[in-house]
Design a binder for this molecule. Structure first.
Ligand SMILES: *Cc1c(COP(=O)(O)O)cnc(C)c1O
Length: 394
């Protein structure tokens, strides 16, 4: 058994931006007995699940469910739709966009990565104008797909996907639009169909409040038609056999049965609260978190308030503070886990997750842990962030 005896009392405060805390209602659903995935009950369950999951994406398009982390669904999106040597246009909005780009290269694709110098691109949203200009300069349609990250978990930025769609339309370009909303789905508004997304990539362990282990591709008719001729090698990730089996509620290989129970429960919980209420709750939590950061006298990494993430806040620390040493201290003293700085941001930021099963008091507890940790580290804050956040949440 995992040794967790340094904090024997109370709960662990998991405030990394995924995995996020799993509500007990979902844990209980996961603990139901594993059933025969080829038996009669499973087909009924599977059909209902595959139908209702589409509501999360605001779409009627099919959702492919993989027993994999989000990275698997990134790979699946590419290998199902593209050919060896195809060019994909990606946008460097942060660490996750960079990882997807590296994955695309490893799959044998040519990537064009729109980047800004230094940290500039990591402190704002996807620049749809830059995408439009690049597409307009591609009259022969060499670019086969545009790939962007909706909620950049490394930076705390939620980009405007509708603007990317509009840019592609303005350039009259036929490339597929692929969007990673692994950390956005279920916490920040997302509209697969209205935004004209061809492949939406998502995962279980962030806004959906599930443990890690499931990921998704939601696929438009245009993406399905591209998949009929796409020649990148694929077997496990191939949509065709999955779509075929899904018609009767089953899967071609053994599904993650117990995680699917949890997924079904999570969807019910989300629909009971209502997607719009959930988005409003997250907006408010984000606002309160940013008010705390400003009160402390620290800087929010995202410099464009129009794209602040409702899911995660990245806090830039001054050179005198080592963000990872601060995180370690907070974890040891207060049993609170905060997100680390990824890639270019290593040691420079810590991230406060406020996604999924998070409410006013869970956020205030996390902010309180940060505030006490800053004091223990020897950093003198300007004013209480907890009080500033309370003023918003009251
Ligand atoms: C977490 C995350 C991923 C990676 O997913 P894994 O489940 O770790 O494979 C990709 N993109 C974004 C935006 C994420 O937040």
């Amino acid at each position: 058994m995992l040794k967790l005896d340094n904090h024997p009392s109370g709960r662990h405060f998991l405030h990394i931006p995924g995995p996020s805390p799993v509500p007990s209602r979902i844990l209980r659903a996961i603990s139901y007995q594993t059933i025969d995935h080829r038996g009669p009950e499973f087909g009924v369950f599977g059909l209902e699940l595959l139908k209702k999951i589409r509501l999360l994406f605001k779409s009627d398009d099919p959702v492919i469910i993989y027993p994999a982390s989000g990275t698997g669904a990134w790979e699946a999106a590419l290998v199902n739709t593209l050919n060896h040597g195809d060019t994909v246009l990606m946008y460097e909005s942060g660490h996750f966009a960079s990882l997807w780009q590296r994955l695309a290269q490893r799959m044998g694709l040519k990537t064009e990565f729109i980047s800004k110098p230094g940290l500039e691109g990591w402190r704002g949203g996807v620049d749809a104008k830059a995408i439009e200009e690049r597409l307009k300069a591609d009259p022969n349609h060499i670019i086969k797909a545009v790939c962007v990250v909706h909620n950049e978990t490394s930076t705390g930025v939620t980009s405007d996907v509708a603007a990317v769609r509009a840019a592609m339309d303005a350039a009259n370009h036929p490339a597929l639009l692929m969007v990673d909303t692994i950390s956005g789905l279920g916490s920040a508004n997302y509209e697969h169909s209205a935004w004209g997304v061809d492949v939406t990539v998502s995962g279980s362990q962030k806004g959906l409040m599930l443990p890690p282990g499931l990921s998704f591709n939601t696929i438009s008719p245009k993406a399905i038609s591209a998949s009929k001729t796409a020649t990148l090698p694929k077997a496990f990730w191939a949509w065709d056999e999955i779509l075929e089996a899904n018609q009767t509620g089953y899967f071609p290989t053994t599904p993650a049965t117990n995680l699917l129970y949890g997924l079904s429960e999570a969807i019910d919980m989300i629909l009971e609260e209502g997607l719009d209420n959930i988005f409003a709750r997250h907006q408010k939590l984000g606002l309160a978190c940013r008010a705390a950061v400003e009160a402390w006298g620290l800087e929010i990494l995202c410099q464009d308030p129009s794209v602040y993430s409702p899911v995660v806040t990245s806090v830039l620390v001054p050179d005198s503070v080592d963000a990872d040493a601060l995180r370690k201290l907070i974890h040891e003293k207060y049993n609170l886990s905060l997100g680390t700085g990824l890639g270019k941001l290593k040691g420079k930021v810590f991230r406060i997750g406020h996604l999924g099963d998070c409410n006013e008091l869970s956020l205030l507890a996390a902010l309180s842990g940060c505030e006490m940790g800053l004091a223990a580290y020897g950093y003198s804050i300007k004013a209480s962030g907890v009080v500033a956040a309370q003023n918003i949440l009251r």
